[in-house]
Ligand binder design. Structure first.
Ligand code: ADP
Ligand code: ADP
Ligand code: ZN
Length: 213
């Protein structure tokens, strides 16, 4: 099963993608996590990506597409994968469609996690991330067992640099301009499904499971 998660920054794509990956035993591929890991390790890609991420801008397609195409060609992706945070532009979507075409494959579902902008800023200011293992929490709605500490690996949780309110507004603008057109792209491709992302996490997941079967 090959799945794309669509939705605004903070809509809950990552939260749901992790659950999908667990239930259907497929890899969770998050371009944001890949970039953050590169930043943490001080790679060339990380240095370049950080300049854009800190401003709330998208990392250029040239730095993003090949990385994902390589990743989905790896062995563990044979039975499918869930893409979280990619594609984010029409050229990225076209690169993905073309790469899969060459393998005689196509995406099965694009799931749009729908959350209005009003709810997003609140979610982002409460988001706490583990940069060690990629786990994500929320101080109110999805708190870790011990404040400030990752349940999964015991590392310290942080407020991401790009989750500060000034940057969140910029990311929302970028989302509406560059990423939202993908909803139409996948509607035309006949694989778009929408879920109400304002519900509690478990209820959003139940809706998704109904779609995926
Ligand atoms: P969120 O889950 O809050 O939407 P991500 O972790 O997906 O955030 O992405 C964080 C940042 O990483 C983005 O604001 C952008 O700068 C960069 N990024 C992630 N994925 C992509 C992509 N597919 N194309 C371009 N930039 C990306
Ligand atoms: P995205 O990957 O789309 O940027 P995340 O999955 O990181 O979004 O979720 C953004 C924030 O909202 C996190 O703090 C997360 O714990 C929280 N969150 C996710 N799903 C829900 C939900 N259904 N209700 C309330 N908060 C949620
Ligand atoms: Zn962790």
């Amino acid at each position: 099963m090959k799945i794309i998660m669509l939705g605004a920054p903070g809509a809950g794509k990552g939260t749901q993608a992790k659950q999908i990956a667990g239930k259907y035993s497929i890899p969770h591929i998050s371009t944001g996590d890949i970039f953050r890991a590169n930043i943490k390790n001080g790679t060339e890609l990380g240095k370049k990506a950080k300049e854009y991420m800190d401003q709330g801008l998208l990392v250029p397609d040239e730095l993003t597409c090949d990385l994902v195409v390589d990743r989905i060609g790896q062995d563990d992706c044979k039975n499918g994968f869930v893409l979280d945070g990619f594609p984010r532009t029409i050229p990225q979507a076209e690169a993905l469609t073309n790469a899969l075409n060459e393998l005689g494959q196509k995406m099965d579902y694009a799931i749009d996690v729908d959350v209005p902008d009003e709810n997003i800023v609140k979610r982002m200011s409460g988001r706490r991330a583990c940069l060690e293992c990629g786990a994500t929490y929320h101080v109110v709605s999805i708190p870790p067992k011990k404040e400030g500490i990752c349940d999964a690996c015991g590392s310290e949780l942080v407020l991401r640099d790009d989750d500060k309110p000034e940057t969140v507004q910029k990311r929302l603008d970028v989302y509406h301009e560059q990423t939202q057109p993908l909803i139409d792209y996948y509607k035309k491709a006949g694989i778009l499904k929408s879920v109400d992302g304002t519900q509690p996490m478990e209820d959003v997941f139940a809706e998704i499971v109904k779609i995926l079967g």
